[in-house]
Design a protein around this ligand. Sequence first.
Ligand code: MTE
Ligand code: MO
Length: 378
Amino acid sequence: DHYAHEPKRHPALKVNSQKPFNAETPLQILVESFYTPNELFFVRNHLPVPKKSKLEDDFQITGIGLDSSISLTMSELKMKYKPHEITTSVMCAGNRRSAMHETKPVKGLQWSAGAVSTAKWKGIKLSDLLKDLGITEDSKACHIIFQGADTDIESKPYEVSIPLEIALDPNREVLLAFEMNGKEIPLDHGYPIRVIVPGVIGARQVKWLKKIIVSEKESDSLWQQKDYKTFNPSLNIETCDTGKAMAVLEFPVQSAICQPANGSVLKLENKKSLEVKGYALSGAGKKILRVDVSVDGGQSWMEADLYTETKTQMNREWAWTLWKLDVPLSDDMLRKQIDITCKATDSAHNTQPESDLGIWNARGLLENKWPKISVKFE
Ligand code: MTE
Ligand code: MO
């Protein structure tokens, strides 16, 4: 059985598929803490989890600009390079795909808004390692390919790449991480070493890292060349040109309403206001400036309170912002369904579209239209 080495999982995870294992963090739990507990961090696996005892703590680095293939162990890494800690959110490009699917059917796992989580990661900076090995901006290389230890039935590993420019940028803080929230990285999240690339979609952040290849070209894997691309909204899976489209890297501004749950029937209890909570984040290190909430379909907006545990540098916010608002309740609202929507604005004043007609794409990636929930009082 290819799936003989799957770890035990927390029963609260909302399972999307068992083999391979894909599960989201329940929305209520997501906004309970800034750092997602490791055992409740969403899981996105394309392939079976590799056997733990086979995951030795070393990996290879090879490719152009290097005389030979170099093998590095975790203890060597820790000895040679300064440890570095960052807080980042990891979000799957398919997060909220089910909302896009409602507009027009799309291919892929039907994620709700729980395909995102946040952790403090400790590791070494990839830029330190690359510079030490003499890989510079003027080398012939343009891409860094990462290979995981997880393989398909033809023994092909999960593989993607990132531009060298991002890998070498010390301010981008790309990590070869070995700790997640102060603990060894759990098996589902890439034990013993995974790549963390702040500000980009989850797909580029390779778990169970086995090999780094310094290359002139992008990875030729289907995850780099086919699956994680967006297209003109009028193109479908058959008509889209995957050769022409760019691989998705950085993501647009996003938000979600996590509490109350969509469809809740709430108790009256002399309520004067309703507490609404959610998250917001943006790609490329943009921080969240504002989250606005509307209960009248966008005619008027209230500003939510923002909460973060990171000390943001300009353009280096890698983690989400949690938000909260006590929505005042009028007598009229208590009698009928309340529709709640929100939108976030990032530090470049990018904001979310009201509808997804203009961003719809055949793979259902990067859905970020205004999230909507409805609740009522019993
Ligand atoms: N790395 C390997 N080796 N295999 C995978 O299937 N999935 C990617 C990425 N890294 C994947 C991987 C995708 S699509 C996402 S969204 C993130 O891991 C999810 O990370 P998580 O499971 O730790 O939440
Ligand atoms: Mo993903």
